[in-house]
Design a protein around this ligand. Structure first.
Ligand code: ADP
Ligand code: ASP
Ligand code: MG
Length: 425
C-alpha cells in the first residue's frame, strides 16, 4: 500500500471492534455507547467492525453445503456481507442515540485491493468519501475485512465485465482495514477493541496465569501474529510498522489500560517477551529426493502457483546425493499440497511423500534474545523434561520455534511460560 506524506490529525482516531465485541444487539448498543463517549471528548471517530460472533464461520459452512469447492469470487462476496450486517446495525444504534452516523462497505470507503480472492492485499485507499462524511460531522462505520479490485474500464482491450470485484483480506483481516484506514486518514492512533484486555505473555485461553504487557514493539508483535497469536492480523502490524502508526489493543468490555504496539524506544529486557502457539500445522516429507540444483525450485514453484503458502522448510544433509525434504503448511492446504507434490516426487524419482496433519508449533519471542546465548538450550531442555518430542526447529533473530505433536502444544506453552518466568512479568 502506497501512502503519500500525511499530516497527523490529532483529533481523529480509528476504532476497531472484533467479532465477540459485536456478537449481539446488546453488545452493538454497548459499542455505540463507547463511541459516543469518545465523541463527547471531542474526537472524530472512524469505526471498523468485524462480522458478528461466528457469522463468518457460519457463512463458510453454508457455502460448503451448496458446493464442495465454492467459487472464490462468490465466496468473497458472501463473506463480505458479515461485516456489512454489523456496520449497518451499529450505524442504526448510533442514530437511535441521536448521533449522525453512516455505514460504508469497503468499496464505498475507497479500499482497493489486488484480485487475490480470500487473501487480497490493499493496494490503495481513496479516503475521499470518509473525509467528506467526517466533514459533515458524521461518525463513519466501515465494514472491515473487504475491498474491491480496480475498474478495468479505462483499458480499452479489457472485457467490460472485469474489475470491480469484491475481495476479502484473509481471516482476521478487519485489523488490517483499521490500521490501513488510520494511516491513510492520518489518524493519531488505531485502537483495536477485543475480548481480552490487551496483548498477554501467552494466549490467556491456554495459559490462565499469562500477564498483560503494557507495550510491545512492532517486531515482536509481528513475530507473535505470524506464529499463531490470532490476536492481531500480521499484515496490520506490518503496515503499522512501515508507517509508524501506534496501535492500542484493549478491552471492549471495560476501560482497563491496554497494550500499546509501537516503534518508539522501549527498555529491552534480557528475557523472553511472549510465547505464541498455533495448532494449525501440517507437515509433508518427500523421502529420497535426488540432491541436485533445481530440485527445490521444481517443488516449491508449483506450490506457490497453487496459492499454497509454505512455512518452515528443512532439507536433511544428503547421503550419497539423496536427501529428505520437509515443509509445513496449514492443515487446510495439506491435501492440495500433496496433490501438487506427489506427481513431482514421482517424476524426479523420490521414494515417497508422507503427510502428518496433527502438528502444532510453539514459539518463544523477545528482542532481548538477540545475540544472547542459552535461550534455545533452555527451551529444548524444558520440553525434553516434559517428555515433548521436537520434530522441527526454526529461528529468527528474536524467535525460536519448535514443531511438535498437536496434542502436546498447549502443555508446551504452559511449561515454557513457567520456565521463562513469564508469570512474573
Ligand atoms: P476479535 O474478534 O476482537 O478480532 P480475536 O478472536 O481475533 O478477536 O482475537 C482475540 C483472541 O486472541 C483472544 O480471545 C485470545 O484468546 C487470543 N490470543 C491469542 N494470543 C493472545 C495473546 N498473546 N494475548 C491476547 N490474546 C491472545
Ligand atoms: N470476520 C472475519 C473473520 O472472522 C474478519 C475479521 O473478523 O477480522 O476472520
Ligand atoms: Mg480477529
Amino acid at each position: 500500500m502506497e501512502v503519500s506524506h500525511q499530516e497527523i490529525d490529532m483529533a481523529l482516531v480509528v476504532h476497531k471492534y472484533g467479532g465477540t465485541s459485536v456478537a449481539s444487539a446488546e453488545r452493538i448498543k454497548s459499542v455505540a455507547r463507547r463511541i459516543i463517549a469518545t465523541r463527547r471528548k471531542g474526537d472524530d471517530v472512524v469505526v471498523v467492525v468485524s462480522a458478528m460472533g461466528d457469522a463468518t464461520d457460519d457463512l463458510i459452512k453454508l457455502a460448503c453445503q451448496v458446493a464442495e469447492k465454492p467459487n472464490a469470487r462468490e465466496m468473497d462476496v458472501l463473506l463480505s456481507t458479515g461485516e456489512i450486517v454489523t456496520s449497518t446495525l451499529l450505524a442504526m444504534a448510533l442514530r437511535a442515540e441521536g448521533h449522525e452516523a453512516i455505514s460504508l462497505s469497503g468499496a464505498q470507503a475507497g479500499i482497493q485491493t489486488d484480485a487475490n480472492h480470500s487473501k487480497a492485499r490493499i493496494v490503495a485507499i481513496n479516503p475521499h468519501r470518509i473525509k467528506e462524511e467526517l466533514h459533515y460531522g458524521k461518525i463513519v462505520i466501515v465494514a472491515g475485512f473487504q475491498g474491491i479490485t480496480p475498474s478495468n474500464t479505462q483499458d480499452s482491450h479489457a472485457p467490460s465485465s472485469t474489475g470491480m470485484d469484491i475481495t476479502t483480506l484473509g481471516r482476521g483481516g478487519s485489523d488490517t482495514t483499521a490500521v490501513a484506514l488510520a494511516i491513510s486518514l492520518g489518524a493519531r492512533a488505531c485502537e483495536r477493541y477485543t475480548d481480552t484486555a490487551g496483548i498477554y505473555t501467552a494466549d490467556p485461553r491456554a495459559v490462565p496465569e499469562a500477564v498483560k504487557l503494557s507495550e510491545i514493539s512492532y517486531e515482536e508483535m509481528l513475530e507473535m501474529a505470524s506464529y499463531g497469536s490470532k490476536v492481531m492480523h500480521p499484515r496490520a502490524i506490518e503496515l503499522g510498522q512501515i508507517y509508524n502508526m501506534p496501535i492500542l489493543v484493549a478491552s471492549s468490555f471495560n476501560d482497563a489500560p491496554g497494550t500499546l504496539i509501537h516503534g518508539g524506544t522501549m527498555e529491552v529486557q534480557q528475557k523472553v517477551t511472549a510465547i505464541s502457539h498455533d495448532m494449525d500445522v501440517a507437515k509433508i516429507t518427500i523421502v529420497g529426493v535426488p540432491d541436485h540444483p533445481g530440485i527445490a525450485a521444481g517443488i516449491f514453484e508449483p506450490l506457490a502457483q497453487a496459492g499454497i503458502s509454505v512455512d518452515t522448510i528443512v532439507q536433511n544433509a544428503s547421503v550419497q546425493h539423496i536427501t529428505d525434504l520437509t515443509f509445513t503448511i496449514t492443515k487446510g492446504d495439506a491435501e492440495k499440497a500433496l496433490n501438487v507434490v506427489r506427481p513431482i516426487a514421482e517424476m524426479i524419482g523420490a521414494r515417497e511423500c508422507i503427510a502428518d496433519t496433527n502438528l502444532g508449533k510453539v514459539s518463544i519471542i523477545g528482542s532481548g534474545m538477540q545475540n544472547t546465548p542459552g535461550y534455545a538450550a533452555r527451551m529444548f531442555s524444558t520440553l525434553s523434561v516434559a517428555g515433548i518430542n521436537i520434530q522441527l526447529i526454526t529461528t529468527s533473530e528474536i524467535r525460536i520455534t519448535v514443531i511438535i505433536d498437536e496434542t502436546q502444544t498447549k502443555r508446551a506453552v504452559q511449561v515454557l511460560h513457567r520456565a521463562f518466568e513469564l508469570d512474573k512479568a
